[in-house]
Design a protein around this ligand. Structure first.
Ligand SMILES: [Zn+2]
Length: 106
């Protein structure tokens, strides 16, 4: 995932002004025409921005990464669990983050 060769890549980007910590989408690529094979997770690395990812706490940093990997798994066809792929609605997004916290970070 990190190298971008098998399932896509994680990018740390300057999304200054965007309050979202991260976003994951299928890449715009011909290999995705017959089903998603590559994704990109963009993590907001704009220092001191409202959506800034790295607050210095390792556990708090893990949450968004695992949340985005949940989207990657959904994009790649994983069907299990309660994680919702479309979490544009804030309540759904918070539900997904709670799932990550309760099942992965305790
Ligand atoms: Zn999400």
């Amino acid at each position: 995932m990190e190298s971008g060769k098998t399932y896509g890549k994680i990018q740390f980007v300057d999304n200054r002004g965007d309050t979202s910590v991260a976003i994951t989408r299928p890449t715009i690529s011909p290999v995705n025409l017959l089903g998603v094979k590559l994704t990109v997770a963009k993590i907001n690395a704009a220092f001191d921005d409202p959506g800034y990812w790295d607050n210095g706490d390792a556990l708090e940093k893990c949450g968004p990464l695992l949340h985005e990997l949940g989207h990657v798994l959904r994009d790649l066809g994983f069907k299990g669990g309660d994680f919702q792929q479309n979490d544009d609605d804030n309540a759904v997004n918070l539900h997904n983050s709670s799932l990550i916290r309760d099942n992965c970070l305790k």
